[in-house]
Design a protein around this ligand. Structure first.
Ligand code: HDE
Length: 683
């Protein structure tokens, strides 16, 4: 079998990476030249108390390498977390695309995914209000295909030339570098009010989508219209969707802010832990397909990245599933050095004239050149295709390939004109021959100019709690704007979306409520609401408050039942070590009230015990209040029930209190599956 016919399977990338993986443990310490060193604690000096000598090559090498350990962080999406996995096709897409990795049911392709926030620096917190990146590299037999997606289906701008403007506006303000990782400041809202194409994306940004509970509970959207092209050369427009099997769920804003302090690594920890525990996150890949003849049959331009294709009009067809199943060995080598590019395509996937996509096609390689220090970043292990790659490109910083022979040009006769181009019939990429005609203009199509209809469609699709959160988000974010005129401009702009919304937050931020406005769109798209997402308790994290003298027989049974349905329990008590039940059963404590907090749990289960003191009582009350305020499921049995009675919560929504252990487990799991209990009266 020829090398380039080698069958790619889900292990191919790991087999390749194995050549680079090194375990240093148990080895001798050497310099980078392989010289074994007898001493690594002391620099070479002229006398024990004398100056360090220039000839100390070991000291120089060690310090020099350290001095150069950092590379520039990504200009956007700096904070990210990467994991390995595999993609499996459910249904052949041959009818639409000749992409081989989508060609047959059951076919598996290795993938690497990097999730990220956009605005914050590399060391910022995970749970800030922001768009999330969801970039996937498929290592296919025809080369790497990158689906560089976000967790929201639209974007702030319509033309790539405005990307530096939006990013300059939303990043910390340059005169004082504040605020970190947040859009809640003057320049961002000044941009929004004066670039009204951002309206739709800003609605998403103010919604719960901007504070995902987990990367495992987040959608991904390719945003742009791409093209599928089949063997016969026939093309269709296509949009890509990742749909998490655990449903789409979010934090509440107060909780997100507190987690940013209590556990800034909250989302990456959640992902890392899930994979370590074998709770492999799964996402289905969906496509929306539009025939070329229907390009102009919508009341929006299908090439406009500030628009969705409503699923009621263009259904999402599920075509495969991605499973994330391995953490990286080294974050720098893999997550930091991975280089995505929407222009990394394979035969059968092509671009459209979406002006935002066109801008991206330039930017990504350009940014890797500075970030990864030269043109050979494709040779870095995480970026290497699993299929062979050969051409006449040579040299440059950090070149690793040793190209033999003297020919590095086309056309040649010395090497029989190889490396040879490949006809499209044999798998060579050929750009889709779209017919293009027009004058050279710096302009925007009229069809891109409706900025409010889909923003209103989104608003109409929200449930009442979601609408409330959006109003509160505007009140928080725009309320942080110091310039009064900008606050007013934002109110006036969003009056074009919905009068009730603009009036509600105008009142909170000291602006004049709009007298008129509101889009006339009445349509809604129910799938946009997270209330209609998949609901399951599987993999949720429950904090269990336990003290000595608890009812060990019942509690053990409840623990077993909850674990069986896939919940993860963490025992919280006053001290680390063990707590002992009334019959002598001992349970390990995972956390004290000091080392954890109610905000990092999906639900709270209060058992208590008879060994309680005042501090325990107060700490439990604090946990309970916070969980209640964040609409979380709360369970209590035995001694634990007294906290609910004391705090008048026993009959509230999502609160389960009974000593009937079977009933308790069933009701508590149901309450956890519901995620949050928005109809709870907050006292
Ligand atoms: Fe990006 N974007 N982007 N972007 N983007 C980058 O590339 C850019 C856009 C997205 O985990 C950069 O390697 C321009 C849309 C993700 O490594 C940079 C425009 C979408 C990631 C860049 C956009 C994205 C990036 C910075 C407008 C969703 C992180 C570092 C024309 C579909 C990938 C890098 C990772 C990263 C440019 C708009 C998603 C500068 C010019 C729309 C998920 O090249």
């Amino acid at each position: 079998m020829k090398e380039n016919e080698k069958r790619i399977n889900e292990s191919s990338k790991h087999e390749q990476l194995d050549h680079y993986r090194v375990d240093d443990s148990g080895k001798d310490l050497t310099t980078n030249q392989g010289l074994k060193m007898s001493e690594d604690e002391f620099s070479l000096k002229a006398g024990e108390r004398g100056p360090t000598l220039m000839e100390d090559f070991h000291f120089r090498e060690k310090i020099t390498h350290f001095d150069h350990e950092r590379i520039p962080e990504r200009v956007v999406h700096a904070r990210g977390y990467g994991v390995h996995g595999e993609f499996e096709v459910y249904e052949s897409m041959k009818k639409y695309t000749k992409a081989k990795f989508l060609s047959e049911a059951g076919k598996k392709t290795p993938v690497f995914v990097r999730f990220s926030t956009v605005v914050g620096f590399r060391g910022s917190a995970d749970t800030v209000r922001d768009v999330r990146g969801f970039a996937t590299k498929f290592y296919t037999e025809e080369g790497n295909y990158d689906l560089v997606a976000n967790n929201m289906p639209v974007f702030f701008i319509q033309d790539g030339i405005k990307f530096p403007d939006i990013v300059h506006a939303i990043k910390p303000e340059p005169h004082n570098e504040m605020p970190q990782a947040s859009g809640a400041h003057d320049t961002f809202w000044d941009f929004v009010a004066n670039n009204q194409e951002s309206a739709h994306q800003v609605m998403w940004l103010m919604s719960d989508r901007a504070i995902p509970r987990s990367y495992r509970m987040m959608q991904g959207f390719g945003i742009h219209a791409f093209r599928f092209v089949n063997e016969d050369g026939k093309a269709h427009f296509v949009k890509f969707h990742w749909i998490p099997k655990l449903g789409v769920h979010s934090l509440v804003w107060d909780e997100a802010q507190k987690i940013a302090g209590k556990d800034p690594d909250y989302n990456r920890r959640d992902l890392y832990d899930a994979i370590e525990k074998g709770d492999y996150p799964e996402y289905e890949l969906g496509v929306q397909i539009i025939e070329e003849k229907d390009e102009h049959n919508f009341d929006f331009d299908i090439l406009d990245s500030t628009k969705i294709w409503p699923e009621e009009d263009v259904p999402v067809q599920i075509i495969g599933k991605m499973t994330l199943n391995r953490n990286v060995d080294n974050v720098f080598a893999e997550t930091e050095q991975v280089a995505f590019h929407p222009g990394h395509v394979v035969p059968g996937i092509d671009f459209t004239n979406d002006p935002l996509l066109q801008g991206r096609l330039f930017s990504y390689t350009d940014t890797q050149l500075i970030r990864l220090g030269g043109p050979n970043f494709h040779e870095i292990p995480i970026n290497r295709p699993v299929c062979p790659f050969t051409n006449n490109q040579r040299d440059g910083y950090h070149r690793q390939t040793i190209n033999q022979g003297k020919v590095a040009y086309h056309n040649n006769s010395l090497a029989a004109n190889t490396p040879a181009t490949v006809p499209k019939e044999q798998g060579g990429f050929e750009h889709y021959q779209e017919k293009v005609e027009g004058r050279k203009v710096r302009a925007r199509s009229e069809s891109f100019k409706d900025h409010f209809s889909q923003a209103k469609l989104f608003w109409n699709s929200m449930s009442e709690p979601e609408k409330m959160h959006i109003k509160q988000a505007f009140a928080f974010e725009v309320g942080k704007v110091k310039n009064k005129a900008i606050r007013q401009q934002v109110v006036d702009m969003f009056a074009n979306v919905d009068l009730e919304l603009a009036t509600a937050f105008a009142k909170d931020i000291g602006a004049t409520p709009p007298a008129k406005g509101g889009s006339s769109v009445t349509k809604s798209s129910p799938v946009l609401s997270q209330e209609n997402t998949m609901k399951t308790a599987v993999t949720r994290k429950v904090g269990v408050i336990l003290n000595n003298g608890f009812n060990d027989m019942d509690v053990k049974t409840i623990f077993d039942t909850l674990k069986e349905v896939g919940l993860h329990l963490e025992v919280i008590s006053e001290k680390q070590g063990e707590v002992t039940g009334e019959n002598g059963v001992q349970i390990m404590v995972d956390h004290t009230f000091t080392t954890t907090d109610s905000v990092v749990y999906d639900a709270l289960y209060i058992v208590g015990g008879n060994g309680e003191n005042k501090k325990f009582h107060m700490e439990t009350t604090k946990f309970l209040h916070e969980a209640f305020m964040h609409y979380k499921p709360i369970g209590a049995t035995h001694d634990g029930k007294k906290w609910l009675v004391e705090n008048e919560m026993a009959t509230s929504k999502g609160v389960v209190a009974t000593d009937d252990i079977n009933k308790f487990a069933t009701l508590f799991v149901e309450a956890i599956a519901a995620h949050r209990h928005w109809d709870r009266e907050i006292i």
